[in-house]
Design a protein around this ligand. Structure first.
Ligand code: ZN
Length: 480
C-alpha cells in the first residue's frame, strides 16, 4: 500500500475488504487524527473532527486508486507530526488566475497540507484589491515589462475572488495566510501612493527583481495609518489566525537619509535603522493583536532585536545573523515556521535543490522544539506560467508534505510512495511533474549555472552598491 504522505501505522491483513465506507465518531482522538479499519464487513473510519474525516478520505482516494478492483483488509492509524503544513504561492512576480490557484490547492490538500501562504504584494505588483486605496490595484498591479522584455504583467484579485479562494480552501481545511510585505518589497505601493515612500517621489512598479531601495517610510504617521487601513480590509477578507507582514530584505538606504526617519529614530531613542524597522513591525504586530490575530515575520525582519509582541517567525534565511535571530525568537517562546532557503525553496531548479535535499532538509537543533511546522515557498521571478510552476513545485512539494505529516524519515520508502502517487496525481489533477528531480552532479551543476546566467540582472550591481553604502553609513553612525 503506497500512501503519500506515509501513514503512521499500517497493517495489511488477509482477505478482501468490502467497499462500503462508514464514518464513526471517536471522541478520544485528537484533531486531524483518524483511523481506518477495512474488513469483509466494510471500511470503518474513526475520527473526532471533520479534519480527521477529511484526511481519512484523502488516504482512501489513494487506496482506491491503487487497488482498483480488489481492496485488501487493512488497518491504518494516522496523525500529523506538525499542525502547520504549508506551501506558498507568489502571485506578484507573475500572476496566476483563480482557477490556476485552486488547482494547486486541490493537489496540496490531497497530500494533507493545511496552510496556503498567499504572497500578494511586492515590488513588482500589488495583487489584492483594497477598497480604500483604489490606486494600489489601478497603478500598482500593472508592470509595464520585466527586464526590458516589453511584455506587460498585470492582474489582481478582487475582494469577491479572494472570498471565493478562502471558501474553496475552507472546504479543504486549509487556512489562507495572506502576506502584505512591509516595509521592504513595497515599490508597487509607493508607485500608487508616492507619499508612502521616504522621498515622496513618483516611482514605477519595479521591472527588476532582487532587493530594492524603495521602502515604506517609518518616520511618517501617514504610513502607519495606511498600514492599519490595509490590515483592516485584509483581516476582513481572511478569517484565520495568522497574517503575514513580511519584513524581509528591507534595505535601509532611505532610512539613513530620510529626515522623517532620522527624527523617528531620535524621538523613539532607537539604536539604529534596523531598530526603526523593528519599531515599524511592532506597530503592525500590535494592531493585529488588537484584532486577535498573530503576525508572521520572515526571520530577517526581526534583526533589529526590538521586535515584541505576539508573532511567529518564518525561518528562511540561514546566515549566522538571521539564524541567531530565529533562535532568539524561539528561546523567547515564539513559534517557528520552518522554510530553510537551501532546501525548501522550490523556485530553484532541481539541479540546485534536488528532491533528496528537500526531503532530507537540515534541521537546526536549537529551533526543533519550537517548530510549528514546515512551509515550502515557491517564488515566481522566473516562473512565468502555471505549467512552469508545477514543474518546479512537483514532486518536491510532496517531499515537504510527507516530512510535515510523518514522523518517519525514509527517502527510499518515499520514492516508492511517490511513484504511485504521481500516477494518481497526473490522472486526477492533470499536473506537470519534473521527471528528473534528482539529477547527477554534473547535470545539476550545468542546470544551476544556466539558471544563474538567466537570473543575473546588471541591476543587482546597483543593489549591491546601495547595500554597501548603507552598511558604511550605519557603521559610521554606530561608531560616532
Ligand atoms: Zn522615511
Amino acid at each position: 500500500m503506497h500512501i503519500l504522505p506515509a501513514v503512521k501505522k499500517l497493517k495489511i491483513d488477509m482477505g478482501e475488504a468490502a467497499r462500503e465506507v462508514y464514518f464513526d465518531y471517536d471522541p478520544t482522538m485528537e484533531p486531524e487524527q483518524y483511523s481506518i479499519v477495512a474488513d469483509k464487513t466494510g471500511i470503518r473510519v474513526f475520527s473526532s473532527d471533520k479534519k480527521g474525516k477529511f484526511y481519512a478520505k484523502k488516504t482512501l482516494e489513494q487506496i482506491f486508486y491503487e487497488y482498483k478492483d480488489k481492496i485488501p483488509c487493512f488497518t491504518i492509524e494516522d496523525e500529523p507530526k506538525y499542525s502547520y503544513r504549508g506551501f506558498m504561492m507568489d502571485c506578484c512576480r507573475h500572476f496566476f488566475t483563480v482557477d490556476e490557484i485552486k488547482k494547486e490547492i486541490e493537489v496540496a490538500a490531497s497530500v494533507k497540507m493545511n496552510k496556503f501562504h498567499w504572497h500578494l504584494t511586492d515590488d513588482q505588483g500589488w495583487r489584492i484589491e483594497i477598497k480604500k486605496y483604489p490606486l494600489l490595484t489601478e497603478i500598482g498591479s500593472v508592470r509595464k515589462q520585466t527586464r526590458k522584455d516589453g511584455k506587460e504583467v498585470k492582474g489582481y484579485y478582487t475582494a469577491e475572488e479572494i472570498k471565493d479562494i478562502v471558501k474553496f480552501c475552507k472546504e479543504r481545511f486549509i487556512d489562507v495566510i495572506p502576506e502584505i510585505d512591509m516595509p521592504g518589497h513595497f515599490t508597487a505601493a509607493i508607485a500608487a501612493y508616492p507619499h508612502l515612500g521616504c522621498t515622496g517621489e513618483k516611482k514605477e512598479v519595479s521591472e527588476h527583481f532582487g532587493i530594492h531601495c524603495e521602502i515604506a517610510c517609518a518616520g511618517k504617521e501617514t504610513t502607519y495609518g495606511f498600514i492599519k487601513d490595509v490590515l483592516d480590509e485584509v483581516t476582513e477578507l481572511f478569517p484565520y489566525e495568522y497574517i503575514h507582514i513580511g519584513g524581509d530584505e528591507a534595505l535601509k538606504y532611505r532610512y539613513t537619509e530620510c529626515p522623517d526617519c532620522r527624527k523617528k529614530i531620535a524621538e523613539e531613542n532607537l539604536a539604529d535603522e534596523e531598530a526603526l524597522q523593528g519599531y515599524f513591525m511592532n506597530a503592525a504586530i500590535d494592531y493585529l493583536a488588537e484584532k486577535r490575530r498573530k503576525a508572521v515575520l520572515w526571520n530577517d525582519g526581526t534583526l533589529g532585536g526590538n521586535v515584541k509582541g505576539n508573532y511567529a517567525v518564518q525561518y528562511w534565511k540561514e546566515t549566522k545573523e538571521c539564524k541567531n535571530a530565529a533562535i532568539a525568537a524561539a528561546e523567547s517562546g515564539k513559534e517557528i515556521i520552518y522554510s530553510p532557503f537551501s532546501s525548501l525553496y522550490l523556485d530553484y531548479p532541481c539541479g540546485m535543490t534536488p528532491l533528496k535535499k528537500t526531503y532530507n532538509y537540515k534541521e537546526e537543533k536549537e529551533l526543533t522544539d519550537r517548530v510549528k511546522g514546515l512551509e515550502t515557498p515557491v517564488w515566481t521571478e522566473f516562473i512565468p506560467d502555471i505549467k512552469t510552476w508545477e514543474l518546479r513545485a512537483y514532486p518536491r512539494l510532496f517531499a515537504v508534505a510527507e516530512r510535515a505529516w510523518s514522523e518517519e524519515k525514509d527517502y527510499d520508502g518515499f520514492l516508492l510512495r511517490l511513484d504511485e502517487y504521481e500516477k494518481f496525481a497526473k490522472e486526477n489533477f492533470a499536473i506537470k511533474i519534473c521527471d528528473n528531480p534528482d539529477p547527477n552532479r554534473i547535470a545539476g551543476l550545468i542546470e544551476t549555472l544556466k539558471f544563474g546566467i538567466k537570473a543575473f540582472d546588471p541591476y543587482f550591481i546597483e543593489f549591491a552598491r546601495l547595500t554597501r553604502i548603507t552598511k558604511k553609513r550605519m557603521n559610521k553612525r554606530k561608531n560616532s
